[in-house]
Design a protein around this ligand. Structure first.
Ligand code: FAD
Length: 521
């Protein structure tokens, strides 16, 4: 027992499957679990109210769990590079542990803190546990490059074998003889922040369908896993974007904040699958976790992954700047009820189904508004509980047909797509009650309803609900042509899209191959 140790919680807000925390306990006499309220996090345009509420819930839960181990969580206010030197000295720290984080902001932050630790003779130990695999190993195994197709990704992870098994949360036995010294002053000084302290107007808060925290995450995981038939037959494309209660697990916010370990999720699924016939990647739940791994790997292997410019695999598109249309999309005022209902759910609850994300992302970008995916990425980052740097950037590139997916001529209709799984428009009526009295025939296109129908429904289009801001049929056709041009520029041809030529059924081409071709020229 020689060390005084700080375990630095950032993501990874859990005790289970937390190898860095376990490393902290090794030969440790004093443990200081710390979370830093970094001003980077406090930017309201990046982290919205619902996400903050989730985070505060997760921190409160973590503090309770640590208290059960006779410890506690210290919330430290300030920049990591400013607060650590003070804490190292104040608590006579000799070891710092944390979970490895691949996000560029985190990598540069952690480098600064590691340098400071060295200056203070503090040993730094970090462990990989946010992803299924060590992302660097995947890249190494793929000859130093991120796999750019799912098939390739599957082949690479196959050679690595199954992900590591999760480790249990520390028990009382593991923390025997270990202390977390703290005074009465510390209780106030390092307290969990309130939403008021963070400067949010809490009057805007609605119900909390997905409360933050590890206990809640594990409870939800178990609840889902009990339904073995559902788990074994899960196929993502068969789930519905507009069911009244979620048709997928909604474990994403918990995985994003690390309240739930992706490896725990993976191995729990393996247990459920055992001996049973079950669906397979890419559509199964294992397959969903591999999508996560796929985008994480891409985010590490591709420079400027959250941008178009300077991103070598991203098609360069001449997106329009149109603040009015962007605001209408963000504020659920496009006049397309399916799109507006989704954006309302996003703002109110912080989670929307994957295919609902498809619909609104396609609408904003190549489908209708021709606005850059980077703008959509920003709005999602602020509003999604599961807002994740790598997954958000990767999926926006996919949906805008900028990277990974190239069938830009396949456009989602903001009218027909939602009807497939919700003919009556119950989802729209839930989130846009102004349209509640419209007959099913018109609920997706209220502007087509005769005036008498609008009057009877108590909603006049253009007065009580907006007219559509674009003509979908016209814009989508025009945008396909614009996309065709962008692709032609990319491949150096003038009149033909590479994919059209090779047929819609062709599997997404590897962008690595394209780059190789470019390099050879
Ligand atoms: P389930 O279907 O139950 O899947 C289980 C888990 O697999 C999820 O919790 C998630 O961790 C992972 N997963 C599922 N689908 C994907 C996917 N397409 N890519 C990566 N991982 C996946 N997901 C985020 O977690 N954060 C984001 O910021 C994010 N931004 C997105 C932006 C756009 C434009 C789109 C189209 C998708 C985005 N996604 C993002 C991916 C996906 O929509 C969500 O992960 C999923 O809908 C979460 O719901 P769930 O937990 O019920 O998923």
């Amino acid at each position: 027992m020689t060390h005084s140790c700080i375990h630095w919680f950032r993501k990874g807000l859990r005790l289970h499957d937390n190898p860095a925390l376990v490393a902290a306990l090794r030969e440790c006499k004093e443990l200081y679990p710390v979370f830093i309220l970094d001003p980077h996090l406090l930017d309201k345009t990046r982290v919205g109210l619902n996400r903050w509420r989730f985070l505060v819930g997760a921190l409160t839960d973590l503090d309770h769990s640590l208290q059960k181990l006779n410890s506690r969580l210290f919330i430290v206010r300030g920049k990591p590079e400013d607060v650590f030197p003070v804490l190292f000295t104040k608590w006579k720290i000799t070891k710092l542990t944390y979970e490895f984080d691949t996000e560029p902001y985190s990598v540069s932050r952690d480098r600064k803190v590691s340098d400071l630790a060295k200056e203070h003779n503090v040993e730094v130990v970090y462990k990989v546990s946010h992803t299924l695999y060590d992302i660097d190993r995947i890249i190494e195994e793929n000859n130093g490059k991120a796999p750019l197709t799912y098939n390739r990704m599957q082949a690479v992870v196959k050679t690595l074998g199954p992900p590591k098994r999760p480790i249990p949360a520390p028990s009382m036995e593991d923390v025997k003889g270990l202390k977390t010294p703290h005074s009465e002053d510390d209780v106030n000084h390092y307290s969990i922040p309130t939403l008021d302290e963070l400067g949010h107007d809490t009057s805007e808060l609605g119900e909390e369908p997905f409360p933050g925290g590890e206990q809640e995450a594990l409870r939800r995981l178990e609840e889902k896993m009990k339904n073995t038939g559902w788990v074994c037959s899960f196929e993502k494309p068969q789930t519905s974007p507009n069911s009244l209660s979620p048709s997928t697990t909604v474990l994403s916010p918990y995985v994003t904040f690390g309240c739930l370990s992706a490896r725990t999720f993976w191995w729990r699924l393996t247990e459920v699958y055992k001996g049973k016939k079950h669906s397979a990647p890419p559509v199964s739940l294992h397959g969903q976790l591999l999508w996560r791994e796929f985008f994480y790997t891409a985010s590490v292997g591709i420079p400027n992954f959250n941008k178009m410019e300077g991103n070598p695999v991203c098609t360069q598109v001449d997106w329009d700047a149109n603040d009015d249309s962007l605001a209408a999309w963000r504020e659920a005022r496009t006049g397309f009820p399916f799109i507006d209902a989704i954006m309302t759910q996003l703002r109110r609850e912080g989670w929307i189904h994957h295919l609902a994300r498809h619909a609104v992302a396609c609408f904003l970008t190549r489908g209708d508004l021709w606005i850059s995916w980077e703008e959509g990425q920003k709005v999602f980052e602020e509003l999604l509980l599961d807002g994740d740097w790598a997954l958000n950037a990767g999926n926006w590139q996919w949906l805008s047909a900028s990277t990974f997916f190239h069938q830009f001529f396949r456009v989602y209709s903001p009218v027909a797509f939602g009807k497939k799984t919700d003919k009556n428009g119950d989802y729209i009526k839930k989130y846009l009650p102004i349209l509640k009295k419209f007959p099913a025939q018109y609920v997706y296109e209220p502007w087509k309803a005769p005036h008498s129908v609008q009057q009877a429904a108590g909603c006049i289009v253009g007065k009580d609900y907006p007219r559509p801001i674009v003509e979908h049929e016209v814009n989508s056709k025009k945008n396909i042509q614009r996309m065709k041009l962008a692709y032609a520029k990319r491949s150096g041809k003038s009149d033909e899209s590479p994919n059209k030529k090779q047929g819609a059924k062709r599997k997404a081409p590897s962008v690595v191959d394209m780059l190789k071709k470019k390099g050879k020229k």
